[in-house]
Design a protein around this ligand. Sequence first.
Ligand SMILES: [Zn+2]
Length: 124
Amino acid sequence: MEMLTDREEAREAGHVHYQGKICKRDHDGIRYVVSNICVICMKDATKKHYDKNPYVDRTPEQKQKIVEQTEKWRLTHLDDIAEYQKEYHNTYAKTEEGIAARRAASQRYEAKLKLIRNQNESNT
Ligand SMILES: [Zn+2]
């Protein structure tokens, strides 16, 4: 795909990137249309973030800890969650898409729980 040099033009053409000004750190000037951020700077920032907060390659223990933290959070925010769910049920959940998405999500959740339970049992 041809690299456009005008951000607005690139946006209208539906491009993700465009050839903009060379950035503060002397990268080649290829930027995201949506944010106007240099692609290389963005990659560096993302990498830095992931190095600090590794979401990938978690151990089962780390995953379990996250599940426990989430549960702890849930128990302390029951009112907020109920409110959110009420709103959700009154809108998106009533559409066909919402119903399908909810079904898929609950299946994924069940599968995850099952996996965690099995891991717990085999660990003890
Ligand atoms: Zn840059």
